[in-house]
Design a protein around this ligand. Sequence first.
Ligand code: GLU
Length: 327
Amino acid sequence: MKLYNLTRFAAAIVVAIGTSIASVSFVAAQQQFISIGTGGVTGVYYPTGGAICRLVNKDRKEHGIRCSVESTGGSIYNINTIKGGELEFGVAQSDWQYHAYHGTSRFEDNQFEGLRAVFSVHPEPVTIVARRDAGINNITDIPGTRFNIGNDGSGTLGTWEVIEEAMGWSRDDLALAAKMKSAETGSALCDNKIDGYFWLVGHPSALTHETIASCDAVIVPAVAPEIDQLIAERPYYRNATIPGGMYPGNPDDIPTFGVGATFVTSADVPDEVVYLVAKAVLANLDDFRKLHPAFANLKAEEMVSDSLSAPLHPGAIKAYKELGLIE
Ligand code: GLU
């Protein structure tokens, strides 16, 4: 829990200084500023960005790069903002990396061919958290409830829309379709303003933990023939399990499906910068793994290949060749 308190403290600082420096990139007196777009402060993207910056900033005196983290709306916001040149890096769900690069789904009219992969991070299963009294025992019980489907710009909302279509639901099937930011959903659930919320997130995550610790809430499965079909048809979805015992009062494994969190950039970001960032993480993976419990099982060989559908950035390729991770 210490880590989570720290991230919140860090969030306050980022909010305070973020608008003035975080999205500006310039070279001045050998210093270069880079920003990483993440997600809500109680998610896992935010501490992921923090962990990457920590390893980069450790050697700042040598390379002159100063890395900072921005709390944002999530995957789709991050990809679009990298495309606009206002962020150098971002964390994004593997399904939205795929769609942005290929110009499909939400990116049909907004393809980003310059999107480049750096590495993949933790798995992000579809996570449905519901009040125990709401009668939601599986994803199929969501229609008719007051439910948070994700904020604009989040990968969560984008993936909700895919699921909604696959299940044959319309938005009106929900008694309330809330679009709060992830950080607001835990108190809304505990205050009985919503019956449940949905997001794609690594585990353990601070918000999921906070919700379950604050009121009687459960994590429920996402199992349905329509979901099996989605997984069979699309390369970026896979079966997943949220391990039992990870959160209090939720002793059983929860079958669900999900994507991977990935770290992305633009072909316009210089090779030396991406090289330094990729190397700071992959050459120090033991340190990186200790920075968040969701990183515990990361393996270097998987991080440089799994869940990446955009091409690797040339700077990342150079780093991984040097580290002997790719040929
Ligand atoms: N996967 C989520 C999204 O893109 C963010 C999860 C997090 O903040 O850790 O919407």
